[in-house]
Design a protein around this ligand. Sequence first.
Ligand SMILES: Nc1ncnc2c1ncn2[C@@H]1O[C@H](COP(=O)(O)OP(=O)(O)OP(=O)(O)O)[C@@H](O)[C@H]1O
Length: 614
Amino acid sequence: MKTYFRVLSYARPLGLLAPQYLIYVILQSVFSVVSLGILAPLLNTLFKTEKVESAAASPPAPIDLPEFEFRLDYITDVFDYYFLQYAQQDKYEALQFVCLVLIVSIILANIFRYLVEVISAIVKANVISKLRNTLFDRLMNLHIGYYTEERKGNIMSKVMSDVQEVEGTVVNSLKAVIKEPIMIIVYFTALFFISVKLTLITLIILPLSGFIISYISIKLKKKAKQSQETLGKISDILEETLGGMRIIKAFNAVDFSKNRFGKQVKNYATFNISMRKRFALAGPISEILGVGVIVGIVLVGGSMILDGDSSLDAGSFITFIALFSQVLNPAKSLAAAFSNVQRGLASADRIFTILDTEPGIKNSKDAIPLTEFNESIELENVSFGYGNELVLKNINLKVNKGEMIALVGPSGGGKSTLADLIPRFYDVKSGQILIDGKPIQNFKIETIRSKMGIVSQESILFNDTIFNNIAFGKPESTLEEVQQAAKVANAHDFIMQIKGGYDAIIGDRGAKLSGGQRQRISIARAILKNPDILILDEATSALDSESEKLVQDALSNLMKNRTSIVIAHRLSTIQEADRIYVMQDGEIIEKGSHQSLIKKGGVYNKLIEIQSVS
Ligand SMILES: Nc1ncnc2c1ncn2[C@@H]1O[C@H](COP(=O)(O)OP(=O)(O)OP(=O)(O)O)[C@@H](O)[C@H]1O
């Protein structure tokens, strides 16, 4: 129930539509009832069983036009008045009169039905857009760690197919909460009006079918959840496979991938069939139960007529059955709406797990903007671990403004992790990071990041134009500015040779460019941003020597007059660094200039020896 109201809360700004919806639903049901209700006098006239004969239960139609009263009787009296006027003159005219009322009431009922549908469509579209946007906003605000823990495919399936499922919930819940109950109430009022006894009998039998249907729908929710989860796994595998197609083919892992995918598809099919089976049960069961109730009515009502019970004439009996068969539609639709809502709620629960995830890293309440970087960045006794195990232990490190420091050491030593702490992708477990002598938490995260440029090992490019990829951090840049940055990054010449130049689309993750070209585009992006502090995770992938030189020159241009923290894999590139920190197993084991570390003859010296041999 909580989930349900929460979904509906996304419709809140459309609250004004609610009264309209309510009015249209009432009018739709009233006109539907009227179109059937006029059957009784018509049948009685046609088959000459005058209503007047059953005078004990229903009074004869009044001769004068009745005065307005806010009562159901008033409407029937007005109708009876006109009907009698015609019937007394000519029965054909009475027939035409009834047909006219029938047509008008059916047209009106359908106009209101249309308006009801339009309102549900508006509410549905708005709720879904709002939910999807809120979900995306939340995903944008979550900390980086969330994405290493959660499966990407699962997140994607929540944003796409779960939201789609909730779409059904919105409409169905409007039906289940407002439309169908009103229809049922209006129909039952008419039924009571015709025969209290018969209506009471139906009221005893109907709840039984309701109970059976609700049992089925509760089971449905569980199945729906399992089915959506497997769908998440499918998109997970799909996303991974599409991203790694080259490797899959190179390693002849096509069959392995097919099996992995096929297994989940089979799981989904199994869950889905089982869910659909239950879903499909709701319709036939309610139909059978409904027919059962009608048979009961025919039996009881028929006996009443055969016994000469004066409270029911033939016309009213047939009208009763006709009306009751109509009441079954909203009742069935109510049951179906409930099972649909259950399916949607399973999806809504999954969506809300994302919305309820608090970002692990947030601005503190009194955080101030970091307007200028003037002195230094310092790590004091910093320890950090992704889980319980520490990946960084007691790190002390300082970069003064304008300096370049390098982090080197064996793979897995913790270099990238350390670099991730500075833009606050993660928070330290103990110790602290200081910017200009003040704890990093004092500053607003966005302002810290706006001072930093990050060039990662892997060039992260988007399937867009070269211009947009370079201007990514500064969308308001002019073409001249972008070109200038590209020139400094040694990228301008190759961009001009590509068909379309800066407007060329570079393919998924920059697939249409070479490795070196991709790197130079991401360097151009960092140059355009013109950050004070540069965090550079040097690419490990080997480039040919010409491309390597172009990239190195671009990087040197980028580092000029900036404070840089460079994670170096090729030690030849960092000999000019002010300080080199050698990291191993999460600790800084050596520190100093290139020359002093060589002299020391420790781990750094060994690394240099290994690299000069290879
Ligand atoms: N998201 C993560 N969750 C859990 N453990 C992680 C995560 N990222 C890295 N690690 C672990 O942290 C340790 C340090 O990794 P890190 O990537 O910082 O090393 P590195 O020195 O940069 O290595 P490389 O030179 O290979 O890039 C490794 O043992 C790694 O397995």
